[in-house]
Design a protein around this ligand. Structure first.
Ligand SMILES: [Cu+2]
Length: 354
């Protein structure tokens, strides 16, 4: 009888330590873009376009630039930008944001696949000719047309690299492939609005329709997103070490998270409005994948590992992130506690990665 009680107690402690997990058979497995068949890729592309045909849930008189369902996601990201980057909320907030996107594709656009990801390490030598960016009907379109005046901007000279990354190889509009006519509506926002820590620029929701622009910088991917860096994250002893590679908590360094944004460039490098670019959710799928694989390697010790504050670049007076920190998702969802998003296989979630 005493043994039975001990076992019951042990079971209760185990339950409290980490949440009950969904059944392996029910787990949805997110795959790399190249692992999808051509028809699975076009299903995803069609679902993205479908989101452009669905109405926004924000009032147009308050948000004149918000025209469709994608813009609801862009707006939610803009509103939260100064709380969710280069700090302790990068991973939890973007995990839920990406999951909400996947759910919207499924529930509002009849998508039956899973959210794909972009495994950076597979694209070191052939960004242009890869199945993700080769401008074919089963790609996410390729580079923007070359534009010497915009290809150099912004200059990227992070303190953790020797010197600056070379200018990009594009800078202009995406004019070929499935996203040739993917008009974007909000922003652009400059980095100065990050440094100011202030409110959003005046009139942040004005309607500014323009082309999707890109400025490929393969050197950013080769330097910041190579397999050695992915391995450093996977073998990180703690979340502090993990984040120092993924997304350092200061303004002078750039990590793999910033590296993916810098590789695509253009709209994808707009820290506020980057969800405009169809690659955003594949990049964040990979960010979430590396975190998930790291958690799964020692789940009892790592499922609740957090490090950093709830303000960009972790200023000294900012509140530390805990499992109880509440995250905002605007019109997309109710506010969620960090503790609700720490496990991809419990609560609302039931997914894993190849
Ligand atoms: Cu973000």
């Amino acid at each position: 009888m005493r043994l039975f009680h001990t076992l019951l107690l042990a079971a209760a402690v185990a339950l409290a330590a980490s949440p009950p997990r969904c059944h392996p058979n029910a787990t949805q497995v997110r795959r790399e873009w190249q692992e999808l068949s051509p028809s699975e890729r076009t299903d995803y592309i069609d679902a993205l376009w479908c989101m452009r045909s669905r109405p926004s849930r924000l009032p147009n008189h308050q948000f004149p630039g918000v025209r469709d369902r994608l813009d609801d996601f862009v707006t939610t990201h803009i509103n939260n930008t100064l709380r969710i980057h280069n700090n302790g909320l990068l991973l939890p907030w973007h995990r839920h944001f990406t999951w909400l996107w996947e759910q919207a594709l499924r529930q509002e656009c009849g998508y039956t696949g899973v959210q794909p990801y972009w495994n950076w390490a597979l694209y070191m030598d052939d960004l242009w000719t890869s199945p993700l960016f080769d401008n074919s009907a089963t790609s996410l379109s390729g580079n923007g047309v070359s534009n010497a005046s915009t290809a150099e901007h912004p200059p990227l000279c992070p303190a953790n690299l020797d010197g600056c990354l070379p200018p990009g190889h594009g800078g202009g509009c995406v004019t070929a492939g499935p996203f040739a006519n993917w008009t974007i509506h909000l922003g652009p926002f400059t980095r100065d609005w990050v440094k100011s820590y202030g409110p959003l620029p005046p009139d942040p929701w004005h309607y500014n329709p323009r082309c999707l622009n890109r400025n490929f910088r393969p050197e950013a991917l080769q330097t910041l997103n190579n397999q050695q860096r992915i391995d450093r994250m996977l073998h990180a002893p703690d979340m502090d070490a993990f984040l120092s590679v993924m997304d350092p908590g200061d303004a002078t360094r750039i990590g793999s998270h910033g590296g993916g944004h810098a590789t695509v460039g253009g709209a994808m490098l707009d820290v506020f409005a980057s969800p405009h670019d169809p690659t955003f959710f594949l990049h964040h799928g990979m960010v979430d994948r590396v975190w998930t694989l790291w958690q799964e390697a020692d789940f009892p010790q790592r499922w609740d590992a957090l490090n950093g504050t709830a303000v960009i670049y972790n200023p000294p007076d900012a509140p530390w992130v805990t499992l109880h920190t509440v995250m905002d998702f605007g019109v997309l969802d109710s506010p969620r506690r960090v503790g609700e998003v720490m496990d991809t296989r419990s609560g609302r979630y039931c997914y894993a990665y190849t």
